[in-house]
Design a protein around this ligand. Structure first.
Ligand SMILES: Nc1nc2c(ncn2[C@@H]2O[C@H](COP(=O)(O)OP(=O)(O)OP(=O)(O)O)[C@@H](O)[C@H]2O)c(=O)[nH]1
Ligand SMILES: [Mg+2]
Length: 236
């Protein structure tokens, strides 16, 4: 299949940032924007983006989580015939000037999963940095080595077919980014980790719930560690 990338952007209540993100991303690739049941202000911005033809817009009727939004985006990407999906957050935290480097890496190794490896500045909250170290400890165990630099960064490129096959089996909220990366490693995809700056804006919006999402992520790691041991024991 010829290399034909699009972007999949999940959004939930990002009225202040989503338009600028879409405008910058569409300079590189066509955009599929999945609104995951945003409240009126976020929904109105997404509707305007669709009406202006800046992106292919899909509205999910109910909030299902970041993973649910991305999964819907993968399905739309496959239906439209795209080979690769660049995933970018809608909150303006990613260094979109790095998009060409991400696309070049995917073009050079189309079978690979291209993962952003965040380079933080002083704006990053300590709690989030510690959480990432813990989840990285577990993904190293789950993947039998240091394959994934950062399993939580939402800036990455997926081969669409492989992503569509595994996405519905993954946790559909903030656990999604981690679980699909591990499962794609298990499926045999090579991983390319690309350093990229991540900023936390003073007035930024986060939907990451410290307790609820960390509990969900802990449960997911329990399942994945068990599965990784079973895979070793059974050779499957
Ligand atoms: N579809 C969907 N997208 C979501 C949901 N929650 C967050 N997102 C999107 O996922 C991206 C990242 O969300 P954030 O809340 O910033 O999560 P995060 O980047 O892991 O957390 P921080 O490190 O605190 O920024 C943004 O584009 C959000 O709009 C959701 O419930 N559904
Ligand atoms: Mg964020």
């Amino acid at each position: 299949m010829a290399f034909s990338p699009c972007a999949v952007i999940p959004t939930y209540d990002n009225p202040d940032t989503v338009r600028e993100v879409v405008e910058l991303v569409r300079e590189h690739v066509p955009v599929i924007l999945v609104d995951d049941g945003s409240d009126a202000p976020g929904r109105a911005v997404v509707e305007a983006i669709g009406a202006e033809g800046l992106a292919q817009v899909h509205h999910r009727s109910q909030n299902g989580g970041k993973g649910a939004g991305v999964t819907t985006g993968f399905e739309l990407a496959r239906a439209a015939g795209y080979s690769h999906a660049l995933q970018v957050d809608a909150d303006g935290q990613h260094a979109l000037e790095d998009i060409p480097a991400f696309l070049d890496a995917a073009r050079a190794q189309p079978e690979a999963l291209i993962l952003g490896a965040p380079v933080y500045d002083d704006s990053a909250p300590t709690g989030r940095l510690v959480g990432r170290q813990i989840t990285r400890f577990w993904t190293n165990i789950e993947t039998y080595g240091r394959v994934i630099d950062d399993p939580m960064c939402g800036f990455r490129v997926y081969p669409v077919e492989a992503a569509c096959a595994l996405a519905p089996r993954c946790g559909q909220r903030m656990d999604f980014d981690i679980e699909i990366a591990v499962r794609l490693v298990w499926a045999g995809l090579p991983v390319v980790n690309l350093p990229t700056k991540v900023r936390y804006h003073a007035d930024g919006v986060s939907h990451f719930h410290l307790v609820r999402d960390n509990l969900r992520i802990s449960w997911m790691h329990s399942k994945l560690v068990l599965s990784s041991w079973l895979r070793l024991l059974t050779g499957r």
